[in-house]
Design a protein around this ligand. Sequence first.
Ligand code: SUD
Ligand code: ADP
Length: 304
Amino acid sequence: MTSTTVRAPAKINLGLSVGPLRDDGFHELATVYMALDLHDTVRVSLRDDDRITVAVHVDADDREESVDVPLDADNLAVRAVERLRTAAGVSTGVDLVIRKVIPVAGGMAGGSADAAAALVGANAELGLGWSREELAEIGADLGSDVPFLLHGGVGIGTGRGEQISPVLSRGRYGFLVVVAREGLSTPQVYAEFDRLEPDPQSPRIAPELMAALRGHDAERLGEHLSNDLEVAALSLRPELDRVLQIGVDAGALAGIVSGSGPTCVFLLEDDADAQVLTTELWSAPGCADVIHTHGPAPGARIIA
Ligand SMILES: C[C@@](CO)(OP(=O)(O)O)[C@H](O)COP(=O)(O)OP(=O)(O)OC[C@H]1O[C@@H](n2ccc(N)nc2=O)[C@H](O)[C@@H]1O
Ligand SMILES: Nc1ncnc2c1ncn2[C@@H]1O[C@H](COP(=O)(O)OP(=O)(O)O)[C@@H](O)[C@H]1O
């Protein structure tokens, strides 16, 4: 029995500008995504019948009991294969085995990463030969973040975040990721944003952020990280304010809530700072894990 193993990255939003709520229930966004060296892997193999099955293994023992990933047709990787099969007009069954590293419901798009990986893996196993753009179109219906996770690197997301254009970015950056014990629901965070900010402006990307990326200027990048959802995440989870404070006091260039949270991400000036910062951040309220990682990283790709 053959199989294809695909690795897909987590993302952070270096800039997340949220505009008005649209008639379709989504907000107009202008965001700068960066993919990180923090990956889920999905192994895809074909079955003799037409069933789609999924198994999930969590990589961090201490997070195991807090992980809430559906093991049925609601799993985003299963939904991705289902959609691809329908679009391609095939009914071959597929087994999916997910190795989960990306924090669940953490604002790092782990479910979307699994969907992106499943699309790439099933495309290969079924021999469909679809392009990344074609897969992205299917992926966008499952999650606004999916097209970016197929793309990887650094990208601007517009529309509801699903329209991706590449960004010129030099060099790599070091980050510490503080995983929270309990996740936050993305729709709830957007609803809290609407409550706090009933009349938002059109979304925009700060030119200074783009200039920092072009010039590989970590200090400038730190000054211009921004996230319009942060105030909503802090309102729902006030202790995150303390987490951000601890990281910045301990020497991070900047700290930000990742997407809809509650994961907090700290930009490092130097990888040598990681150890001291990690020790400090472990004492932060609600902290389940501290991960040292880097970005940008490639999008979903076959590793075996
Ligand atoms: C906030 C962001 C930032 O990149 O990511 P996460 O922090 O969740 O990873 C995204 O906008 C989340 O994208 P994703 O997690 O794919 O969400 P989706 O499944 O598309 O949408 C879930 C729900 O979030 C809200 N939503 C999402 C995207 C958007 N532009 N406007 C919205 O209002 C809607 O209520 C929607 O029903
Ligand atoms: N493969 C998957 N991995 C993680 N979560 C999934 C998956 N499939 C469905 N979900 C559901 O999607 C929700 C959001 O998960 P996730 O993508 O990790 O967070 P976020 O939207 O904050 O980035 C989870 O609460 C979970 O119930």
